[in-house]
Design a protein around this ligand. Structure first.
Ligand code: ZZB
Length: 258
């Protein structure tokens, strides 16, 4: 899998995260949460960034002035892919629990909401991507189900309600809808993030319809087919230093030679 890893710059740490990193990272360094995505063309619609509250993350040194918040597994892969200044063994500056990151304010590249919060999602897998997931509820059924749940029970999740209530803006027009994920969640009667089977089905439908029949409604490639716009948005993000290519292990060799 060839992912696009986004760089969501930390603007303000949640109190527990601030405590954990204190004195362990140079004052003038930038720290980024790095979600891995297969849908760079949807980045205009980011409303929050998910971490698994029960997962362990590290703050890894990418270069003198840049640090990435990702899982250890992802850091190891990145170290082999020439993403860090120093090849080989990743250098971990800080250990941090997912739950301690909740509430951190980050900058989301391209998004209509340039500042978004880190929020909890229990279904984030430690074994996939970077363990960090950027949330696009307009086009991802999982994300729509989760932000709906968070806005319903903010106290239970230990967040501020308004963090989960950013406006969901249409990004892609398909024959069915310009808010495909909310449409599918309603159509398949998905009531919560726990409806795993229906969510899987909704995700597959959303991928297919979005990719083959979607047209960009916003951004520099407005009016272009998703198929065409996807690599263009990706290139733009990478050129601006706001993202980088990240491959899952199976494709490591392919990605390094190509
Ligand atoms: C933004 C986005 C916007 C995504 C969208 C999807 C969609 P896959 O492998 O087929 O499930 N993701 C990435 N890492 C993780 C993880 N560790 N645990 C759980 N989910 C993860 O696709 C990978 C997608 O799953 C990624 O792309 C990410 O969410 C999420 F409009 O990033 B995506 C129809 C899907 N739409």
């Amino acid at each position: 899998q060839e992912y696009t890893a986004l760089k969501l710059k930390v603007l303000e740490w949640a109190p527990k995260a601030a405590e954990a990193i204190k004195g362990k990272i140079p004052e003038d360094a930038s720290v980024y949460l790095c979600p891995a995505t297969l849908r760079p063309e949807t980045m205009y619609g980011q409303v929050c960034c998910f971490v698994g509250p029960a997962l362990r993350y590290g703050v890894f040194k990418a270069s003198e002035k840049e640090y990435f918040v990702i899982t250890k597994r992802a850091a190891r892969n990145m170290a082999y892919q020439g993403i860090f200044e120093k090849d080989g063994v990743p250098e971990k500056a800080v250990d941090i629990q997912g739950s301690d990151l909740i509430g951190t304010l980050v900058h989301a590249p391209l998004s209509f909401h340039p500042q978004v919060r880190v929020l909890p999602m229990e279904t984030v897998l430690a074994t996939k991507g970077t363990g960090v997931v950027t949330s696009v509820p307009s086009d991802s059924p999982d994300d729509y189900a989760m932000v709906t749940e968070l806005a319903k029970k903010p106290e239970y999740y230990g967040i501020k309600k308004e963090w989960a209530e950013l406006e969901i803006i249409p990004i892609i027009q398909t024959p069915t809808s310009d808010l495909l994920a909310p449409h599918l969640v309603k159509k398949l009667k998905i009531a919560s993030p726990k409806d795993a089977k229906q969510l899987q089905e909704a995700k597959e439908l959303a991928y297919k319809e979005g990719f083959y029949q979607g047209v960009m409604k916003v951004g520099d490639f407005k009016g272009e087919k998703v198929e065409v716009a996807k690599p263009k948005v990706r290139e733009q993000l990478i050129k601006r230093g706001e993202a980088f290519a990240y491959a899952e292990p199976e494709n490591k060799v392919v990605s390094r030679s190509g």
